[in-house]
Design a protein around this ligand. Structure first.
Ligand code: SIN
Length: 324
């Protein structure tokens, strides 16, 4: 039997409504022991051992839980008996945790993040199927070398690509620029191609005190004051959720150029759901970085890690954003 470690952090996958048809529910209610008992009846071909890292709504996910989760994953991965790790997580910020882990973990063994859109006592609970799918992926030796993976709605996504695109429904996740990288059911798994990741080592050292990076959201009428309100004395970097291809009104642009010239890295991402933000000629003069395929919340994670690892020069930051 393949041995997997399950690290639970809460979310709707562990949520309870108190009614099969009710709209309201509380995320992060079922503990890992009870959850493993619940999945025990599925006949999964893996031996699961669990650990509760947190039991929260993932709106509250952040450094405190990450600082407990990361070493727990590393411990599990070091255990020669453990073939892979499954992390249960709320779907709202799942993409951020998955990307942070993807950048800071080795890729020798599968690490799979999974959630659910419906609470555990709701009619049509998707958590059991997603969990069974995640176990299948984490048990597959071919999952190694692909970085952190996300399993939702019978599909496997790469952490770098995945994003939550809908507030409701079980098909709430999509990938960009790669859509899904595999199809999974509790009984089958099909990969769309070989692993693309270069090397199996972690891209960045773990940092338990990530620097403050703010996301400023552009809109019609956004201006200098809108930028300045959000940038505090502890801010070390800025991601702009720009309009269209990372654009912004002129008054806001001038404020951001001034901040970039004072040494604060400024990354242009897009507030649209999909699309590349490519480098444009003015970025050189403005001192800006283009986020490429990363959405604002993922651009923020990458910028935090770069700054934490001492990479502050905009050309070096751009190089890292250009790399897939
Ligand atoms: C959460 O993110 O914890 C709540 C929503 C969900 O898991 O779908």
């Amino acid at each position: 039997m393949t041995k997997l470690t399950v690290l639970a952090t809460g979310g709707t996958i562990a949520g309870i409504a108190g009614s099969a048809i009710g709209a309201d529910y509380r995320a992060g209610e079922i503990g890992i022991e009870d959850y493993l008992e619940k999945v025990g009846g599925l006949g999964l071909e893996a031996e699961l051992s669990g650990r509760q890292i947190a039991n929260i709504d993932s709106a509250d996910m952040g450094p405190e839980v990450w600082n407990a989760l990361h070493p727990a994953i590393c411990d599990a991965l070091k255990d020669p008996e453990c073939a892979g790790v499954v992390i249960t997580h709320g779907t709202d910020t799942l993409e951020e945790t998955a990307f942070l882990l993807d950048l800071t973990l080795p890729a020798d063994k599968p690490v799979v993040v999974v959630g659910a859109m419906r609470p555990a006592d709701a009619v049509g609970y998707d958590g059991l199927r997603n969990f069974a799918n995640a176990v299948r992926v984490a048990s597959d030796p071919e999952a190694a070398g692909r970085g952190v993976l996300v399993v939702m709605g019978d599909r496997v996504f790469a952490a770098r690509d995945v994003r939550k695109v809908r507030t409701r429904g079980t098909e709430a996740f999509r990938g960009f620029p790669r859509e899904s990288i595999g199809l999974v059911t509790p009984a089958s798994l099909e990969w769309f191609g070989a692993p693309w990741r270069q090397g199996r080592g972690a891209a960045f050292d773990w940092c338990d005190a990530l620097p403050e990076v703010v996301i400023v959201h552009a809109y019609a009428g956004f201006d200098r004051a809108g930028v300045e309100r959000q940038v505090g004395e502890n801010t070390r970097g800025i991601v702009v959720a720009g309009v269209g291809e990372g654009n912004m009104p002129e008054s806001a642009r001038q404020a951001l150029v001034a901040l970039a010239r004072r040494g604060l890295p400024v990354v242009r991402a897009s507030r649209t759901d999909e699309g590349l933000v490519d480098r444009e000629p003015e970025d050189e003069e403005n001192g800006f970085v283009a986020a490429r395929a990363l959405n604002p919340q993922k651009a923020r994670i990458l910028l935090q890690l770069l700054l934490a690892n001492g990479i502050t020069d905009s050309a070096a930051i751009q190089q890292r954003f250009d790399r897939r």
